[in-house]
Every structure is written in structure tokens, then in C-alpha cells.
Design a protein around this ligand. Sequence first.
Ligand code: WT7
Length: 656
Amino acid sequence: MSNNIDSVLNETRVFHPSDAFMRQANVSGMAGYRALRQEAERDYEGFWARLARENIVWHKLFHTALDESKAPFFQWFADGELNVSWNCLDKHLATQPEKTALIFEADDGKITRITYRELHARVCQFANALKSRNIKKGDRVVIYMPMSIEVVVAMQACARIGAIHSVVFGGFSSKSLNERIEDAQACAVITADAQMRGGKVMPLKSAVDEALAMGRCDAVHSVIVYRRAGSEVQWNSRLDVWWHDAIAGQALTCEPEWVSAEHPLFILYTSGSTGKPKGVQHSSGGYLLGAIVTMQWVFDYKPDDIFWCTADVGWVTGHSYVTYGPLAVGGTEVIFEGIPTYPDAGRFWKMIQQHKATIFYTAPTAIRSLIKLGGELPKQYDLSSLRLLGTVGEPINPEAWMWYYTMVGQSRCPIVDTWWQTETGCHMISPLPGAMPTKPGSCTLPLPGIMAAIVDEAGNEVPGNQGGFLVIQRPFPSQIRTIWGDPERFRNGYFPKEMRGAYLAGDSSHRDADGYFWIMGRIDDVLKVSGHRLGTMEIESALVSNPLVAEAAVVGRPHEIKGEAIVAFVVLKGTRPQDTAAIKKTVEDLRNWVSKELGPIAKPDDIRFGDNLPKTRSGQIMRRLLRAIATGEEITQDISTLENPAILEQLKQAIK
Ligand code: WT7
């Protein structure tokens, strides 16, 4: 991370939107941006109320925009009624039933197109299947599926009947799945026999079986299994039903369940500073509004765009910019099952060429790995359809930004570096591509109606170019409503007293002379590994649950492609392995253990053994020292409070 900060601090390049782009943009020029910001500043609630009236079709219009009486449990448009699936599908049936909604490309390259009319019918049919299994408004449904048309159908069908979905990324382990099913008290799981990625078959149903066998999932009465790979599965006839059997004979229309704007649309688990993931709960109305306005402002969406967000639906990006935003605006979007490097590192560029994608949105880690594996490959494809590029998930280093700009965008396409979080539901700080000049590495300025600021520990705004905590000072429609089942953790984590009512994002940032934001990284024990959010505590708990391990501490180290790599310092219960072979074996055993416990994305890159960990006299692990050791930096910090200074030498010398 520190390299990145150094380089962005020296960044002076500025890229202005072209006249042509500016002229056609939904928000044109800085004047257009300022006009919207000023409207929000003059009449904050009126601004959001206007957008909510114009962009959402309400079954019953709301009277009150913002209700702050239960702060920080803010409510938006609460007396309004809508259905999110209706706004994504039925809304378009009269005007554009035959427009392609989804272009699905499978791992093996097979392409399936589906129109709004067809998608609507399939969502209704599956919604009826859910209803016939007694799944109702407010019930929680866990979805553990590959990228597919079916996963969009499953999410939309839940929204249609008012059931609350919780998508679990297919790369998470059965143990993670078990914890999420239990925490959400889910009554159903929707999965597939397996997923196909990079030519390999990776089982999903067996992980669901394992998760249920771990117990505390008694609320689950249905497991619906989509047959993707044709692989063999174990069958529990009490719970399991094939997707195709569940929908057989179901009607192709389904009256939506009209819900309050505050009805939870979904729960999405994400990592925090403790070992237990938090179930981020989102609303229906405010969330949908955020997804729609950012499609217009940030992605400058136009009806003839071909939109492609590469994120998996297991992450919030795949909720807002695959399942909901693009459909709510009536767009055509590409959905991809596979991985960017299969059959080779030209896959993304080949797909952009083939589908004539106009807007492409991906993660810095993907860009960095594609530079490394084939920096010249984009030249072999016709990328002239592109008009806008985006990134999300972590700071993008200026070198990667420049490559993306020149090689992929051919110096023609603005880049929107979008800062946001699972908790914010949609983009918060980002260029509006026809308005803001961009600077490589900066997410530029807050969106209209987003009151972002940088403050110190006492909640006071910091002057000038100083770094501090990133906060959002006024509640906004798409924000997290609570942590499922843990309102106190929600209040303490995001609205600590010192912040005086502002939302504490958990990132540090500074602003330059133009007011542009430069995100510096997390302020808590959260890592960003290939754009995925992982809590160091979760990895530590996984390590400590291994019978060999007495104690563990996990820190991040900068990594060229992944952004951050995971380094674990481990104290074993027995004696430390001494010879290289024994060390290697224990390292491999523990890496595989973590992978099994949490999922392959959490596998430590590096494990070092010591007889102890550096601790203060009160027993706290001194992580900043471990961070220095992990990066090979000289330890310049004060170590006078360290109980056991000799341990530093031992950990430094520990063989990888
Ligand atoms: C954290 C949120 C937002 C969807 C995907 C990640 C980091 C995200 C950027 C960006 C710098 C970024 C922050 C944030 N982050 N986007 N454009 N520039 N940092 O969602 O898993 O909830 O992670 O990702 O640290 O807090 P998430």
C-alpha cells in the first residue's frame, strides 16, 4: 500500500473529457455537476425525493423522503411502496419487450441471449416455484450459484415475492456457507450442481450438503439445484429439488409483492474487524434509487449501450451493477461465467470485441494481472466499441490506470474510478465521465447529494491536504440499514459517537488542492486481497482452529497483482519445525486448512513460525511491527513497550 501512496502523491497528470463525450453526457461539464450538487445542498431531501419520483415507478408514492427520528437507523421513502423486480422487468415490457436484457457467455464460450420478455417470464415462473414451496415475504434465501442467467433469475424472483436474498460467493467454503445460513436463519438454499471456471468443474451442491451437515441450519426446508455441469450429486429427497422440476408447470406471470421502500431487499455478508462476518442489510427503495442514478451519472448509461460489469454476483458490485442497476434502466448487459485468463489473457478483449461492449467495469487486480500476462494482447482485438471504462474495489495504481487508459481505452475513453463499499450500496465518490477531469489514482469528487468529508479522531474536518478518516456526513438513500441481527454492532461500527452522526467508512483518505479524494486504505484490520475484503481476525480464527496452532496474527503486505498479500505469523502448540522440509510441509498444511475453512481467496501467501508474537506488556499483539517484518522494512518504530524484543529477530529470520 505504501508504494501506491508514494506514487499517487506525485501524480500530476490530468485527463479532460473530450468535447464529444461531454456534449453527449447525461451530466455535462463541471457546470452540470455543480448544478446537481447545489440542488442537493439547497434542499437535500427535496433533491433525493425528486430523483426517487422520477426514477422509480411507485405502487404507492411516498410522502416523507427522509426520517431521521431513529438515527442512525435512517429511513427513506418509508411510506412508499414498490417492487424492485417490477421496476427491473415489468416497467420495460410495454416499451421494449424484445430488447436483449442479458448476453450470457459461458466458460466454454457458448452464448445465450435473453430478452426482457423472456427474462420477465422466467423470473415470474421461478417466483411461483418459490411460492409453491411456501417461501414468503421476509423469508431469507441463501443463493450459492455460478454466474448465470439463473442466478439473476433467482435474485429477481426473491425480490419479486419480497423474500430477502443473501448471495454467498461460490469461492467461499462450506463452513462460511454454514455460518451465513445460520446467521440469516435461511429457509431455502438455491445452488447448482457445480460451476465451470477456466475449463474446470468445481462442485457447489456438495458444499451445500456439507454446510447443512454442520448443523444449526434447521430452518432450511428446500435446496433448489440448477443443473449446470451435469455432474453427479448426492440427493436428499427431503430437501432437494431440481430447478427444472421446481419450475415445471408454473405460470409465467406472477403478481409482485408490493413492499415498503424500507423492506430489506437483501443481506450481503462482508468482513469487518472481528472474526464474525457482518450481514449488511439493504433496503428496497433507497438501494434501487442509488443503483439507478449511478447508472446514469457515473456510467452515463444510454439505451444503446452494451454494458459489462465483470463482478461476480457474490459481491455487492454484482448486485448493484449486474442484477439490479443495468436492468432497472432497461439496459443490455454481458454476464460472464468464466475467468479472464481462460483460454488466455485475451478473453476480456475478445468478449468486448464480440459483444461490442460500450461500457466496461472491472477491478484493478484484474487489470494488473492482465498487464502481466499479456500487456500487448488488447492490440489484437477491435475495442472501438468501448466508450467508457471503470474500476472498483481498491485504489488503482497510476501505472495500471495509464495502461487501462491507453491500451484498452485507446486514449479515447474516460475512466471512472469508483469508490464505494458493500455498505454504501452504490458509488459514492467517482468521476462523472463527461464532467470531471480525471487524475490517475484518484476517485475524484463525491457524487451529487453525497456529503463526503475527511475528519480527525474527534470528528473535526482536517484542513488542506491532510489525511484522515473518510466519513459521509448526511444519510443517503442507498446506505446500509443495519447489520442483520446485530444493531449494536451497526451503531458502534459505523456511527461511533466521536463522528457526531456521520457515517464512518473505515477508509483513510486525503484531498488535494482541487478537492479530489485519494483513498489511502483501510483504518481497521481489513485486508483487500485481489479486491476481496477479508478480516485479519477471520483468518486468525481459522488458523487457531487448527489443532497444531496456539496463536496467530495476520497482516497484509503489498503485492504487485493482488494489491495485498496475506502474511500469517504463527505460534505452534508443539515445538517449531526446524528443517526446511518440515517447515514447508507445515506451511502447506496450514494454507490448505485456511482454504478449507474460509475459501481459497483467504489462503495465506506466507506463513512464519515463532516461539511467540511481539506483544505489549498488557498482552496486545503489535501488528505494526509484524507489518514491518512482513514487508522487510527496517523497524524504526518505538519498541520500548514490547514485552519480548528478542522475538523480532526470530520472526525476521523465519524461513518462508
Ligand atoms: C472497500 C470496500 C465497492 C464494491 C467492491 C468493494 C476499497 C473500493 C475503491 C476505489 C480505493 C476502494 C475501500 C472500501 N475500495 N473501491 N475506487 N479506490 N479503494 O466493496 O468489499 O465492501 O470493499 O474497498 O477500502 O472501503 P467492499
